[in-house]
Design a protein around this ligand. Structure first.
Ligand SMILES: Cc1cc2nc3c(=O)[nH]c(=O)nc-3n(C[C@H](O)[C@H](O)[C@H](O)COP(=O)(O)OP(=O)(O)OC[C@H]3O[C@@H](n4cnc5c(N)ncnc54)[C@H](O)[C@@H]3O)c2cc1C
Length: 657
């Protein structure tokens, strides 16, 4: 039975009560307690900096050459917070409500409410650090809208919000490094969790430059290792993002929850060919002002600009008048797929829809003319002024699009199509962010919590920073208060030796295969299976086939992969092989999970379960639970269900009409 440790009492009082009653560790004891933080993206950097500042002895690890290269730096559009600066009806409750509804009623109420509560502190914290959020002319922080909401609560720094937030967290981290409270291990990859008497007590890490294995002790271990969208091969994630740390924890007893809940983002640059290894996101912020459409005629051959207004189908505005282009990502993605499948797609592949800024340019141009008191302004002048406004708001995104596609989005509509973007599934954690292994925590995208079956835009940065700056500093104390008597364990302890041996043997086994196929080719094949059969739409038949195909791929990988180079040197192919081997196992579990969930919810769309108008059809009676899987050996998992109880919000069919 999973114990989520949700505090008793009224929803809005739970976190306050928890903070008032959790155990504390006094400063002298904090100095004796060692904490390992794996990952220094937004979740990890904020956690390591906060714990260092509190006085714990922290060791932080990342596989990049600098924490500043974590995938978080790619985040573009913004970060949500219930500040209600716009006075447009926002509140903590509304952010909580939107997130629960956006996740299609598959997230825990208590965690989500806490997230909404601390969202307001995050903005203050980041402003204090000097994060240059966009401001209005008068100096007030500016906001825009993201999908699934009717208020403007998204704070942003042009199209580089993640970068600015990460620099803030990185500065805080580096300050603690300089003070000696945090020791940073860059270019180190965690390859095993060390457990002693059932508790997490350290990790085995590989120095990616020398290839040496290292043993590190910690009274607690935090995994802040990001999401696993790259299991699909093609995704918007950074190329290095992987599941290995979470997967090692899973194999050591940490349950893995809702692995099939993947977010497919509606506004990405479409796949252009077979030789691509990366997809590019066009931020959701573009849906604030851009209008999405396809031609009304089948087999349309005219250029977008030659298609008259009345022959365009603004299908999101047509189907969802209340939210229009700002419906949540799962809804927008499915709607795009539906139009393309029906034959209305655009571009040479016909697997794209238009994202059009012509109307926004005109609108902004007219406002500018009005602001400047200009009369009888020509259409050209209005358009020129409108373009300047759009450039200021979205310039870097437009430049990126132009560079990749060779088309000028100020002149012609962008072409976009859904792509894999984020993973809602991850390690199961309780209210304290602790996994089912005592002393082992998961933060940020690496855990499953908060976003249910579909994450709303701008909520990942909020969650990562909430976990690192505001939640873990309390909850880890509640655990470490009982550890003040436990001395550090010598890394010659047999458990460390054993874990190191396991890692060494696996690496040696990989290197000894000396087969004929590249790691990349296996990854690509895995991605195709998972995308085709466990992607934007799934069905039982396809999932069963996918499970068999992934099992066969695993066999082939372990008998025919070829890894050039040596073990004791910098060998990125070996690093990748380790990661792809774990992706293959995860891929199997994703399909098992998707097959088990005989309903549609959020990003999990089982074709057998849909409403008459093609929306996701939930089955609350049978599937109102977090599916948490226990690893039981090769191809074998046991399902544990955490029942979700809605005490404040009444689940209903999601409606954005
Ligand atoms: C293109 C793009 C744009 C986005 N824009 C937004 C946005 O505007 N707003 C929003 O809210 N969200 C956005 N997201 C989502 C958001 O960026 C991520 O969910 C979030 O940054 C994840 O942060 P994290 O700290 O959990 O993990 P990451 O930033 O992925 O960091 C993972 C860390 O773990 C380390 N690591 C991983 N495995 C190991 C290992 N085995 N050993 C050692 N270290 C390891 C890595 O080195 C890294 O430091 C976007 C995502 C993408 C792909």
């Amino acid at each position: 039975m999973l114990n989520s440790k949700i505090p008793a009492g009224n929803l809005e009082k739970k976190w306050e009560d928890y903070k008032g009653h959790c155990k504390l560790v006094n400063p002298a004891n904090k100095r004796k307690l060692e904490v390992i933080v794996v990952g220094t993206g937004l979740a990890g950097a904020s956690a390591a900096a906060s714990l260092g500042e509190l006085g714990y002895k922290v060791k932080a690890f990342c596989f990049q050459d600098s924490p500043r290269r974590a995938h978080s730096i790619a985040a573009q559009g913004g970060i949500n917070a219930a500040k209600n600066y716009q006075n447009d009806g926002d509140s903590v409750f509304r952010l909580f409500y939107d997130t629960i509804k956006g996740g299609d009623y598959r997230a825990r109420e208590a965690n989500v409410h806490r997230l909404a509560e601390v969202s307001v502190n995050i903005i203050d914290q980041c402003v204090a650090q000097g994060v240059p959020f966009a401001r209005e002319y008068g100096g007030l922080l500016s906001n825009r809208s993201f999908g699934g909401t009717q208020v403007q609560r998204t704070f942003y720094a042009a199209g580089q919000t993640g970068q600015q937030l990460l620099i803030g967290a990185y500065q805080a981290l580096e300050r603690q490094v300089a003070l000696g409270n945090v020791k940073m291990y860059s270019r180190h990859e965690m390859l095993e969790v060390v457990k002693i008497d059932g508790k997490a007590r350290g990790i085995i890490a590989r120095d990616l430059v020398s290839g040496n294995l290292e043993k590190h002790f910690g009274h607690a271990v935090l995994l802040c290792t990001g999401g696993y969208g790259n299991v699909f091969y093609l995704s918007t994630n950074a190329m290095g993002s992987n599941v290995t740390a979470a997967w090692k924890a899973h194999r050591q007893g940490a349950l893995f929850s809702n692995p099939c809940f993947t977010q497919i983002h509606p506004t990405c640059i479409p796949v252009s060919g077979d030789h691509q290894s990366k997809l590019t996101l066009m931020s959701e912020s573009l849906r604030n002002d851009g209008r999405i459409w396809v031609p009304k005629n089948l087999n349309e051959t005219r250029k977008a600009v030659d298609i008259p207004e009345e022959e365009r189908d603004y299908y999101l505005e047509r189907r969802y008048p209340a939210f229009g282009n700002l419906v949540p990502r799962d809804v927008a993605s499915r709607a795009a797929k539906e139009r393309c499948d029906a034959g209305y797609g655009v571009g040479t592949s016909k697997q794209a829809v238009y994202l059009d800024y012509a109307a926004a340019i005109l609108r902004y141009g007219k406002i500018e003319a009005g602001k400047q008191g200009l009369e009888n302004v020509s259409q050209e002048a209005i358009i020129a002024m409108g373009k300047e406004v759009v450039k200021e708001k979205y310039g870097n995104l437009f430049d990126m699009y132009a560079k990749i596609t060779g088309e000028d989005p100020y002149e012609v509509p962008m072409r976009i199509y859904p792509a894999v973007h984020y993973t809602m599934g991850g390690l199961w954690v309780d209210y304290e962010l602790q996994t089912t292994v005592p002393g082992l925590y998961a933060l940020g995208e690496a855990n499953f919590s908060e976003h249910g079956a579909n994450r709303l835009g701008a909520s990942a940065l909020m969650q990562g920073l909430a976990d690192g700056y505001f939640v873990i500093p309390y909850t880890i104390g509640n655990y470490l208060a009982d550890e003040i008597y436990s001395k550090g364990v010598d890394t010659n302890h047999p458990a460390f030796e054993e874990a190191e041996k396991t890692v060494r043997e696996r690496i040696e086994k990989l290197m000894s295969i000396k087969g004929t196929q590249t790691v990349e080719s296996f990854h690509k094949r895995l991605g195709k299976i998972i995308w085709d059969k466990c992607g934007m739409a799934r069905n039982a038949e396809g999932l069963k086939q996918a499970i068999a195909e992934v099992q066969a791929l695993k066999k082939e990988f372990w008998s025919d992969v070829r890894i050039p180079g040596e073990i004791n040197e910098m060998n990125p192919e070996l690093d990748k092989a380790n990661r792809v081997a774990d992706f293959i196992e995860l891929g199997e579990l994703m399909c098992i999970d998707a097959l088990n969930r005989n309903e549609s919810c959020g990003g999990h769309f089982r074709e057998e379960y849909q409403t008459e108008d093609g929306e996701a059809l939930r089955d609350d009676e049978n599937f109102m639970y977090v599916a948490s899987w226990e690893f039981k050996g090769e191809h074998n998992w046991e399902l544990h269900k955490e029942e979700l109880k809605y005490e404040v919000i009444k689940p209903s069919q999601r409606n954005y009409k």
